[in-house]
Every structure is written in C-alpha cells, then in structure tokens.
Design a protein around this ligand. Structure first.
Ligand SMILES: NC(=O)c1ccc[n+]([C@@H]2O[C@H](COP(=O)([O-])OP(=O)(O)OC[C@H]3O[C@@H](n4cnc5c(N)ncnc54)[C@H](O)[C@@H]3O)[C@@H](O)[C@H]2O)c1
Length: 281
C-alpha cells in the first residue's frame, strides 16, 4: 500500500481520532485497522496474538498490522489483549489514553466462529467459549470504553463523546442461518448489547452501532473459500455476484466512525451482499 493512500494531512475523515480495534492482527480486524489509519486515525491494534493467522488471505500477513500502518506514515501500536481477560481489557483502554491522550473509537471485532454443524452436535465448551469471547468480551470492552468516554468532553468536530462499532454477523439476530446456532446466539448478544447501551448513552453523545457481515474472505472463514461444495453453497446464499472482502466491512465501519454518522445510533447494518434480504432461489 502506497504512503500516498494514507490521508494524514488533515483531509482524512478521522484525522487524529484515536481508535482501538480488537482482533486487529488478522482478517476483518486488520482490514478495519488499516482503513481507519488511512482516514487519519491513530490506531491501537489489539489482539491476543501479534501475528496474523497464517491461514489468512492477506499477502503481507508476515508484517504485523501496526507495522503496516507505521511503515506507511500512520500512527499505531500493538497492545496485547485477550477478550477473556478483564484486566487486559482495562489495560487496553488505559494504554490508548496514556499514549494518545484520549479514546474516540472502539471497534469490537474480535470473535470466535466454529465450523458449521447441526445444533445437536454442539457442546457446552463451544457455548462457553463463544459466549465468553463474543458476548462477554465485547460487552466488557464496551463498558470500559464508555467509562472513558464519560470522562471526555463532546468533541466539537465529530459531535460525539465516543463511538463504538460492534462486529456481529448476518447470523446475529437478523436471520437464522443453518448450522450456526450457538454462534448466532452469541452474535445476537453482540447486537443487542449495542442497541441497549445505545439507548442508555445517547444522552451522553455516545454512538453505538453494529455491522453484520455476510461471508467474508478471512482465515476464520477459510473453509467457506477453500472447499468447493461450501463455496457453491455460500455463493448460492449470497445474491450479489461475489462473496465479501474485509474492505467491504471496513468501509461500513469507517462510515459509522465518521462525522457523517453523528445522528445514527443503535443501528444494525448488514454488509452481506444481500445474504439476509430473502431466499435467493
Ligand atoms: N469472516 C466472516 O465471514 C465473518 C462473517 C460474520 C462475522 N464475522 C465476525 O468478524 C469478526 C472477525 O472475524 P474474522 O473472520 O476476521 O476472524 P479471524 O479469525 O480471521 O480474525 C480474528 C482475530 O481475532 C483474534 N481473536 C480471537 N479471539 C480473541 C480473543 N479472545 N481476544 C482477542 N483477540 C482474539 C484472533 O487472534 C484474530 O487475529 C469476528 O467477530 C467474526 O465473528 C466474520
């Protein structure tokens, strides 16, 4: 990526905003972190591991996300945070404020998905793991970010005290998708905790919105892109003539973080090539 593509001269839509992205080492989180940085945000790239998944599709996955940003003239650093560890979540928010003096944006992207299977084959361990990371981890990070936002004044330019974008899923309460029961329930929690907290904190000038991706080409979803029968099934379920890329999701996140979205809160936006609009027969 060329240096020129980074809008660090004040023309970016997120000039000098401070953003945390969870799960930023790979996949959607990496794409979101890069997109926010391109719009001029300072980015805290957070993940439980520094390295990108080696089964991911990024060509430069040998370079950590924050280094890609810094190598292109942006500002970023890596902060380890496992969303199952509350003290690490608290430390993540503190690290952003210590380094950049404030927090404007939290993108709750990190999440766990497990390969497709009927509900009867799912286990208690899978339920516990998906709810611990997707639901509780996201909810805790939201609460800690809101505590920080409430110590800050309303930003005169953005009109907000802070923005949160949760990454749910097309399966997260919009429609049922076969063989995703536990994941879908945990992702519905991701969407609902955002909607409820948005209601509580609109009065505080805090925007909280949700992006619900369809089938996107990442390491986690690799089986959907590497197994011919599943590729056919996913393409059949997606009316738009192609499946998704992390940049499709990142663009929607950037919009929710931008000044244009000042009066939008508590909303769920499906970015899914039409996966959830009807039965594509
Ligand atoms: N790829 C898709 O098709 C798709 C569709 C809908 C929703 N999503 C959601 O998008 C988000 C990103 O998915 P992805 O496909 O990029 O996955 P991915 O596995 O490629 O990347 C996820 C990143 O999150 C990190 N992570 C996992 N558990 C963590 C934890 N406990 N604490 C901190 N970091 C953790 C991983 O290390 C990894 O870097 C997830 O919430 C996922 O549920 C993805």
């Amino acid at each position: 990526m060329a240096v020129a593509s980074y809008k660090l001269d004040g023309t970016g839509r997120l000039h000098h905003r401070v953003a945390i992205v969870t799960g930023a080492s790979s996949g959607l989180g990496r794409g979101i972190a890069l997109a926010l940085a391109r719009e001029g945000a300072h980015v805290i790239c957070s993940d439980r591991v520094l390295e990108a998944r080696q089964d991911g599709f990024e060509e430069d996955k040998h370079i950590p996300t924050h280094e890609v940003i810094n190598n292109n003239g942006g500002k970023a650093f890596f902060q380890k945070c496992d969303l199952m560890n509350v003290p690490e979540i608290v430390a993540l928010i503190r690290a952003a404020v210590e380094k950049f003096g404030k927090l404007d944006i939290l993108v709750n992207n990190a999440g766990l998905w497990m390969p497709l299977r009927d509900y009867v084959e799912e286990t208690e361990e899978q339920w516990d793991a998906m709810f611990a990371i997707n639901a509780k981890g996201t909810a805790t990070a939201m609460r800690e970010a809101i505590k920080q936002f409430l110590t800050q004044p309303v930003d005169e330019v953005s009109g907000s005290r802070g923005r949160i974008v949760n990454i749910s899923s097309a399966a997260g309460g919009i429609t049922a998708i076969r063989r995703e029961t536990t994941y879908a329930a945990s992702k519905a929690a991701v969407a609902m905790v955002a909607q409820n907290a948005a209601l509580d904190h609109a009065k505080d000038y805090i925007n909280i919105n949700v992006v619900c991706p369809g089938v996107v080409r990442t390491g986690a979803a690799g089986i959907n892109f590497r197994t011919p029968e599943i590729i056919t099934e996913m393409q059949k379920g997606t009316p738009w003539p192609r499946l998704g890329e992390p940049s499709d999701i990142a663009k929607a996140v950037v919009f929710f973080c931008s000044d244009d979205a000042q009066w939008i809160t508590g909303q769920r936006l499906a970015v899914d090539g039409g996966f959830t609009i009807g039965i594509p027969l």
